[in-house]
Design a protein around this ligand. Structure first.
Ligand code: NAP
Length: 283
């Protein structure tokens, strides 16, 4: 069997067109959804990420500002900026790009963001809302994975989902979202004794590790859905995921490619969250 691809680029285009439509409707009511992106320091990867986020906002008709600060910015100064953005009525979402320089406590900064503007979904209030099933902002990457599953009409009820990785930003929220949709969920991590024994039972595998070939064909149940969150480089420097794509796609029923899978969906869900933050204010 050769797996069908879940095309994150195509799905993103469709969702971004919907965001643009809803943004127009909101603008007609005098509200332009606004995202502030804050970058401290000059990490090259972070610079690319923030540029792409701001560009995506502009393309969908949202207002977006990029605030760039020196790597030696103090924690107090950054907290003051966050506080000012919390009060700025033109800003509905605030994203502080991680990682932050060592002198700044990232937890303190994230907790300083008003939960109503926490479009990255990293605030403890957002995490608590996800755990309890209350309305809040879902972290963009796992939220994007859920949209990809929905796009193929996949019914999670009664299915076994195995999430590899337990970070606060991807693995844990992913597991909670799958649970909320009535999957039976197993979370694996670096201490899992027999990863293959777990993944072989899975109807859905989400790999969020950051290591090449963590998931190989012999670890996948025929027909399973494989969502590959990982972003790694192969021997030729090309972007690749956690799954051995060529091997796994011969066993799986569905698979997300890297690049062109989860990556574009992450920014798309940031736009969705920012739009929803503005819609909540409007309503
Ligand atoms: P992370 O914080 O480093 O977490 C990695 C997780 O993988 C940890 O829970 C770790 O277990 C687990 N792990 C490590 N080695 C393992 C192994 N051999 N077997 C099973 N589990 C293992 O990373 P992250 O932030 O969640 O990101 C994961 C990957 O997704 C990275 O490649 C990242 O670049 C990518 N990512 C992509 C997007 C996107 O938009 N496409 C967004 C976010 C992240 P322990 O907890 O026991 O250490």
């Amino acid at each position: 069997m050769t797996a069908q691809l879940i095309d994150g680029t195509a799905l993103s285009q469709q969702l971004r067109a919907e965001v643009a439509q809803r943004t127009l409707a909101l603008k007609a009511r005098g509200i332009t959804p606004g995202l502030a992106v804050v970058l401290v320091g000059d990490d090259p990867a972070s610079q690319v990420y923030v540029r792409n986020k701001v560009k995506a906002c502009h393309e969908a008709g949202l207002h977006s500002v990029l605030e760039k600060y020196d790597a030696n910015m103090s924690e107090a100064a950054l907290l003051a900026r966050v506080e000012a953005l919390n009060k700025d009525p033109a800003i509905h979402g605030i994203l502080v790009q991680l990682p932050l320089p060592a002198q700044i406590d990232a937890h303190k900064v994230i907790e300083a963001i008003a939960p109503a503007k926490d479009v990255d979904g990293f605030h403890v209030a957002s995490a608590g809302a996800l755990v309890t099933g209350l309305p809040g902002f879902w972290p963009c990457t796992p939220y994007g994975c859920m949209k990809m599953l929905a796009s193929i009409g996949y019914e999670l009820k009664g299915k076994h989902a195995v999430v590899i990785g337990r970070s606060n930003t991807v693995g844990k929220p992913m597991a909670l979202m799958l649970l909320q949709k009535n999957a039976t969920v197993t979370i694996c991590h670096s201490g899992t004794a027999n990863l293959k024994a777990m993944t072989l039972q899975a109807d859905v595998v989400v790999a969020a590790v950051g290591k090449r070939n963590v998931l190989t064909a012999d670890m996948v149940k025929p027909g399973a859905v494989v969502i590959d969150v990982g972003m790694n480089r192969d021997d030729h420097g090309k972007l690749c995921g956690d799954a051995d794509f060529a091997g796994v796609r011969e066993v799986a029923g569905w698979i997300t490619p890297v690049p062109g899978g989860v990556g574009p969906m992450t920014i798309t869900m940031l736009l969705v969250n920012t739009l929803e933050a503005a819609e909540r204010i409007a309503n």
